[in-house]
Design a protein around this ligand. Structure first.
Ligand code: FEO
Length: 168
């Protein structure tokens, strides 16, 4: 059975994962209308993965005798300066998510809730991968010049360089 504190903290994470999905969906849509089809495809996939992260938490909270809450969400940004700035925002967001997961893990230790502690290890590993992926993308974007040509080539390559199964 989850404590009230942990139930509340896990529900906060449900919201964060749902908001992550919305942010990446908004980025995907921006890429699509700007003609960056490859980046759009990548980010639509990423938005789906975040929804899966959210659902996994919902099921866990309910399984443990809590009540997963589906709340309203923060409105995501609509416009982005350019792809490089946008992927920097992805990295910043993932660093924020990692901190939130770490805070959750701390609570499980304070409360000696080892089942939830164990459950959260999947998210700990996932965050390492997601941060590394965002950093890799930024490294690649730093190798190309901020020109339409550079972005065009990157857009063609993103899905072969960084396959969706790198994000779960
Ligand atoms: Fe579910 Fe990208 O954090």
């Amino acid at each position: 059975m989850l404590s009230t504190t942990l139930e509340k903290a896990l529900n906060k994470q449900v919201r964060i994962e749902a908001e992550s999905s919305q942010i990446y969906l908004s980025m995907a849509s921006w890429c699509e209308v700007k003609g960056y089809g490859g980046m759009a495809e990548f980010l639509y996939g990423h938005a789906d993965e975040e929804r899966m992260h959210m659902l996994k938490l919902v099921k866990f909270i309910n399984e443990r005798g809590g009540h997963a809450i589906v709340s309203d969400l923060m409105e995501p940004p609509v416009d982005f300066k350019d792809p490089k700035t946008m992927f920097q925002q992805v990295l910043d967001h993932e660093v924020f998510v990692s901190k939130s997961i770490n805070d959750l893990v701390s609570i499980t230790l304070e409360e000696k809730d080892y089942a939830t502690h164990n459950f959260l290890q999947w998210y700990v590993s996932e965050q390492i991968e997601e941060e590394a992926l965002a950093r890799n993308i930024i490294d690649k974007l730093n190798l190309i010049s901020d020109t339409k040509n550079g972005y065009y080539l990157f857009d063609n390559d993103i899905n072969s360089l960084f396959s969706q199964n790198q994000i779960q």
